[in-house]
Structure formats: C-alpha cells, structure tokens
Design a protein around this ligand. Sequence first.
Ligand SMILES: *Cc1c(COP(=O)(O)O)cnc(C)c1O
Length: 219
Amino acid sequence: MALKKVLAELGSCKLLAVSKLQPAHKVHSLYEDGQRSFGENYVQEAIEKIEQLNSLPDIEWHLIGHLQKNKAKQVVGKFHLIHSVESLALAQALSRQCEAKKIEQNILIQVNLAQEETKSGFDKETVVKQWAELTQLPHLKIYGLMTMPPLTETGEEVRPYFRELRELREELKKQTNTQVHPMTELSMGTSHDYLVAIQEGATIVRLGTILFGERPAKR
Ligand SMILES: *Cc1c(COP(=O)(O)O)cnc(C)c1O
C-alpha cells in the first residue's frame, strides 16, 4: 500500500494527502487506512467534500490552493490550516472575516521563491517588508511558511528553494512573538520532490499523485 510505504519514509514529518479532484469515496478509503489530514485546492469542491465527510472523527482539512479575497468569508473556520495566504490584502480579508465570526484561523504564508509569474505567493522581499503588518493582524495565527517550487526534471534541482524557505523561516521567526505565531511549520514537497524537502527540513509534505494515483481532469 502506497500510504504505508510513504509514511515509513516521512519520519516525524506530517503527511497531508492532497485530494483535489479526487472523489469523496477515495478520501474515505484513505481515512480508513488511517490517514487524517487532507488538502484541497478549490474552495467549492472542498466545501462539498467537507460536508460529505465531516462525520468522520478527527478528519482535518487544509486549504492549499490559490484563494481569492472574495472567498475569505467562505473559508475561515472551515480549515485546520490555510497554506496559501499569498498577499497582505488576503490576510487582512481573512482576519476581518474571523473578527465577524469571533474565531481564530491558523495560516501559513505562501512564498514564491522563484518569482514565477504563474504561481501565487509573496516575493521574499515583500514578505520581509510586510512581516510586521502580517504579524499584527488579529485573529490569524501564523504557523510557518509554504512554497511550491518550479516543476523540474529531478527533485534535486529544487533543493535550493527548500533550503531558502527554511532559512527565511528562521530569519522571520527571530522577529516574531512565537507565543502568538508559532512559526514551526514548513509546508514543502510534493510527490515529485518530497524526499528532498524532508532532508531540507519540511514539517508537512503535500502528496497527491503518489497516494491517489493520477488525478481526473478538472471539471
Ligand atoms: C496538487 C498539489 C500538490 C500535490 O501534488 P502531487 O504531485 O500530486 O503530489 C501539492 N501542493 C499543491 C499546492 C498542489 O496544488
């Protein structure tokens, strides 16, 4: 079974099973094998799946896909952790929606280290510059950083990005009140490159294909 083999490789790193575009029955089946944390990319699809599977004890949902500000209201409080906070404006919108619901939301800050046009996330310079503002937003707890490096032939080519994310977390953590924002997490590594990510200090790997097989095409 793929799950067992993968878990043996992960050590203390947390496994997030990326279930985007996979039907709820496949999530249920992996849950029965013992997996509890699932990652979704698309808000509408995620909310439908959460409603279908919410009765499963201890199931935990993460949002890892691009998130528009106007969807902030729909997502706060529904996810254990939102990995894809990609701008100050989005963080502000999430904080306002939490204020309205009197809740707190756990988040990661997504960093686009290769500055790829096609990928979302803060540039490194911007996150450093806006860190004081981000950490002062009430109702958000920043648990760490997330990145999605360029797609390359080999996992090894992305090692410098994973290392850079780890160093950035250390730098930001020094300027942070960790009582409020733990800054303990590094969400990095997919089916393609997770072994390298773990060597570089990943605390959460996001694996889809290796667990579920190829994804059906997007509707
Ligand atoms: C789809 C996706 C993954 C999982 O990718 P696989 O190659 O299927 O493991 C991880 N992270 C993000 C942000 C994704 O969109």
